[in-house]
Design a protein around this ligand. Structure first.
Ligand SMILES: O=c1ccn([C@@H]2O[C@H](COP(=O)(O)OP(=O)(O)O[C@H]3O[C@@H](CO)[C@H](O)[C@H]3O)[C@@H](O)[C@H]2O)c(=O)[nH]1
Ligand SMILES: [Mn+2]
Length: 405
């Protein structure tokens, strides 16, 4: 484990959200990387149980009593007895970025034997643009030592804001229950050294165990649905959130990336229990995926919240024939947005001082380094002078070419 304290980019702009029913001793392995960040622990199950958190971490812990107290009647939209409860942490955070990780995920090593700082890689993924419109065959063009390949349109090299960074897993891959049952000994040993943008118009199976996102740009869509207790389905919260998030990200021309970083997943759950939770999803999704593939939002949907409400109407109209559950889910989607807006309205959120600092630094940045933000993007090279300037940087790209998408 690295002995020296690691630099902590965005440490005042990012929360780490952990859903748990277990003691959090796994944090010891992450201490060098997580030690300077604020944790939001969402305790599922019996609220009277005490969750042990190792000394020295800065955290807030919310159990079911807290969820009920804070949300009141809206608490019905937060799942019970499923990792989907983690989205409560997204709701109460006041930060621009979220990293969420499961408590059976540990620090992995890269092929050179180095410990992987998964959080730093996610931050890098989020702070550099994505390329949803045109696939770069040399993978992430903004990575040191890579670039856009010949034939890649200059006018597209500025890229788009990245809103989701989806990390992967060594050891236990995120297989569904049937696959786990027929391949109980299979382990993922393949480390693929790549980050890719998931092309616009493509869905993907988002796994919540090693995931980061831009809460400011897409957080309102990161609802993990209604799972488990009282519901006919479980273990699909992250997949549902990923489908909703991707169609909304496409609508706003935001990018979603997958690949690095890897974590080491030491799966703690039982495939038999998961089978009972997941099985109905295995056949529902044969209709749910075509539904999402057909989703289009009207131009009036100018915010994530408006898109999400529109999506809830489509769910109610076009999926309820599958099962009445989708009516309940559509209602819960509306409740989620109501809760999101209530907890995240400007009145609710104190204006963070650093936002003012960021804008002032944006002014100086604009005068000092217009070249690196107006010319270099078109040359396919983005310099991130200071990661914490990203939020102001995002609004300072200027297109040298007008490219109608
Ligand atoms: O009722 C529950 C069960 C678990 N948790 C916490 O949620 C995460 C994930 O739990 P676990 O690692 O046991 O689940 P897996 O089968 O390995 O993975 C599933 O979880 C999702 C990925 O995050 C996805 O549905 C599956 O891949 C842990 O932190 C548990 O402590 C919970 O809060 N409540
Ligand atoms: Mn797990």
């Amino acid at each position: 484990m690295p002995s020296t304290k690691v630099v902590a980019p965005l440490k005042d702009e990012l929360d780490i959200v952990i859903p748990t029913m277990r003691n959090l001793d796994f944090l010891e392995t992450w201490r060098p990387f997580f030690g300077q960040y604020h944790l939001i622990i969402v305790q599922d199950g019996d609220p009277s149980k005490t969750i042990h958190v190792p000394e020295g971490f800065d955290y807030d812990l919310y159990n079911r009593n807290d969820i009920n107290r804070i949300l009141g009647p809206k608490a019905t939209c937060i799942s019970f007895m499923d990792s989907a409860c983690r989205c409560f942490g997204f709701l109460v955070s006041k930060k621009n970025y979220i990293f969420t990780i499961d408590d059976d995920c540990f620090v992995a090593k890269d092929p050179s034997g180095q410990d992987i700082n998964a959080l730093a890689q996610h931050i890098q993924n989020l702070l550099t643009p994505a390329t949803p419109f045109f696939f770069n065959t040399l993978y992430d063009p903004y990575r040191e030592g890579a670039d856009f390949v010949r034939g890649y349109p200059l006018s597209l090299r500025e890229g788009k804001p990245t809103v989701v960074s989806h990390g992967l897993w060594l050891n236990n891959p995120d297989y569904d229950a049937p696959t786990q049952l027929v391949k109980p000994l299979e382990r993922n040993t393949r480390y693929v050294d790549a980050v890719q943008t998931i092309p616009m118009g493509n869905l993907f199976p988002m796994c919540g165990m090693n995931l980061a996102f831009d809460r400011e740009l897409i957080g309102a869509a990161m609802y993990f649905g209604l799972m488990c207790v009282g519901q006919p389905i479980g273990g699909y919260g992250d997949l549902w959130a990923g489908w909703c998030t991707k169609v909304i990200a496409d609508h706003f021309r935001f990018g979603v990336k997958t690949g690095l970083p890897y974590i080491w997943h030491r799966k703690a759950s039982s495939p038999f229990v998961n089978m009972k939770k997941e099985y109905v999803g295995l056949y529902w999704q044969e209709e749910v995926i075509p539904f999402f593939q057909s989703v289009e939002f009207p131009r009036e949907c100018t915010t994530v919240q408006k898109c999400y409400i529109e999506l809830s109407k489509m769910v109610r109209e076009r999926l309820a024939h599958l099962d009445p559950y989708f009516q309940t889910l559509a209602d819960a989607m509306v409740t989620w947005i109501e809760a999101w807006d209530e907890l995240n309205s400007v009145a609710a959120a104190p204006v963070p001082v650093d936002k003012k600092d960021a804008s002032s630094s944006a002014d100086t940045m604009e005068s000092e380094s217009w070249y690196s933000y107006y010319i270099e993007p078109c040359l396919g090279r983005i310099r991130i002078d200071n990661m914490s300037k990203r939020s102001s940087q995002r609004f300072h790209y200027t297109k040298l070419y007008q490219y109608d998408k």
